[in-house]
Design a protein around this ligand. Structure first.
Ligand code: ADP
Ligand code: NA
Length: 332
C-alpha cells in the first residue's frame, strides 16, 4: 500500500480540517504495515493557483508542518515534505499535460465553481490544477488516495490520464490509484450556520474552532454556537431537521471516537446548557496538547524546515524512477 495526500498551506487550520483530514492521516500512518508507505505533502505549488502573499506562503508552510507533526505525523514513519521541493511533481505534470484533454478539464466541477463567471480572468494554474494533482500521486505509484467528496472527480481524472498515457505509449507505467474513503471522517459544519461547512474562508471567526484557539476561545465559541431550545433525543435519527444540534453531537462523537447514538444515550433529555460545556471540555482536551506542541515546535522553525527537507529527499528518491520512465516513454 502506498498512500499519497496533500493539503494546501493556506494557514488557519480548524477543527474541520483536523477531524476531516489530519486525524485520518495519522490513523493511516499508524495503520501501515511493513513495506507500506505514507507520503504527506504541503501543496505549496497548488497554492499558487489562487492569489497568495509570498511571505505568508512560506510561514504558513512551516506552521502547517508543525501542526501536522504536533497532531501525530511522525517524520520517521511518514514522508512529510513540501511539494515544490520535489521537482518531479512539476516535471511530470508537464508531461501529463500532453496526455490530458481540455474537454476533461472543462468538466471539472471545482474548476467551474472556483472560476465562476470569470473564466477568462482565472489563472491557467487553476485550470490545470487537476493535472498537477494527477502528477502528485502518479509520480509515486500511489495505490490509495484519501479523498473527500469534492476530490473524487479529480482522482477519477488522474486514473483517466494514467490509463491514456499507458495506452498511448504502450507502457505499463502508472498504477491506477484507488480512492480511500474513510468511514470516520465526518463533515463538520459552521458553528453559526448548520448548513455551511466549517471553513477558513468564512468571514466570521466564531463559525470555527481554529487549532490555534486558546482554551477560553474554544469554550466561548461552543457556548455561543447556534442551537435550538429543545433537549437532546436518545438517538441520531430523532435529531431530524436540527442541523446545528446534529453538528455539535457529531463533533462530540468524533472527538470521543464514539458512535453518535452512544453519545446521545448519555445526554438524552439534557439541553445544550449541559451539553456545550462537556463538548468544550472534550475539545480542549484534544486540541490544547496539539496547539501547545505546535507552539513548542515553532520555537525552532529551522528544525521543522529540516524535517521537511529530509522528507523531500526521500520523496525525490521515490519519484525518480517513475519520472525517468515517463520521460523515456515520451522520447525525452
Ligand atoms: P477549507 O474548506 O477550510 O478551505 P480545505 O479545503 O483547505 O479547507 O481542506 C483541507 C482538508 O480538510 C481537506 O481534506 C478537506 O476535505 C478537509 N476539510 C475542510 N473543511 C472540512 C470540514 N468542515 N469538515 C470536514 N473536513 C474538512
Ligand atoms: Na476549500
Amino acid at each position: 500500500m502506498r498512500v499519497v495526500s496533500g493539503i494546501q498551506p493556506t494557514g488557519n487550520l480548524h477543527l474541520g480540517n483536523y477531524l476531516g483530514a489530519i486525524r485520518q492521516w495519522v490513523a493511516m500512518q499508524d495503520g501501515m504495515g511493513a513495506g507500506d508507505e505514507c507520503l504527506f505533502f504541503l501543496a505549496d505549488l497548488h497554492a499558487l493557483t489562487v492569489s497568495i502573499d509570498p511571505t505568508e506562503l512560506a510561514s504558513n508552510t512551516i506552521e502547517m508542518a508543525a501542526t501536522l507533526l504536533a497532531a501525530g505525523i511522525d517524520p520517521d514513519r511518514s514522508i512529510l515534505f513540501n511539494q515544490s521541493r520535489v521537482p518531479a511533481h512539476s516535471e511530470l505534470a508537464w508531461i501529463l499535460g500532453g496526455t490530458a484533454r481540455i474537454g476533461w478539464l472543462n468538466r471539472m466541477t471545482q474548476w467551474k465553481d472556483k472560476a465562476g463567471k470569470n473564466r477568462e480572468g482565472a489563472s491557467v494554474g487553476l485550470f490545470t490544477y487537476p493535472v498537477l494533482q494527477a502528477a502528485d500521486v502518479l509520480a509515486y505509484q500511489a495505490t490509495h488516495v484519501p479523498v473527500g467528496d469534492d476530490q473524487k472527480q479529480h482522482l477519477e481524472l488522474a486514473r483517466d490520464i494514467a490509463t491514456k498515457f499507458n495506452t498511448d505509449f504502450g507502457v505499463e507505467l502508472f498504477t491506477l490509484p484507488e480512492p480511500f474513503v474513510s468511514t470516520s471522517a465526518p463533515r463538520i459544519m459552521s458553528l453559526r450556520d448548520g448548513s455551511a461547512k466549517m471553513s477558513k474562508s468564512d468571514p466570521s471567526d466564531m463559525s470555527r474552532i481554529n487549532l490555534s484557539d486558546s482554551d477560553d476561545e474554544i469554550a466561548a465559541k461552543f457556548r455561543k454556537a447556534r442551537t435550538d431550545p429543545d433537549p437532546l433525543p436518545d438517538n441520531a435519527e430523532a435529531l431530524g431537521e436540527r442541523p446545528e444540534a446534529r453538528n455539535l453531537v457529531t463533533i462530540y462523537a468524533a472527538l470521543a471516537d464514539e458512535p453518535v447514538d452512544s453519545v446521545l444515550g448519555r445526554f438524552a433529555g439534557q439541553g445544550f446548557g449541559r451539553f456545550k460545556p462537556a463538548l468544550a471540555d472534550l475539545a480542549v482536551a484534544t486540541l490544547a496538547p496539539i496547539r501547545d506542541r505546535t507552539a513548542a515546535l515553532l520555537a525552532d522553525r529551522a528544525a521543522v524546515a529540516s524535517a521537511l527537507a529530509r522528507g523531500a529527499e526521500r520523496a525525490r528518491d521515490l519519484a525518480a524512477p517513475t519520472l525517468l520512465a515517463a520521460q523515456k516513454a515520451v522520447g525525452l
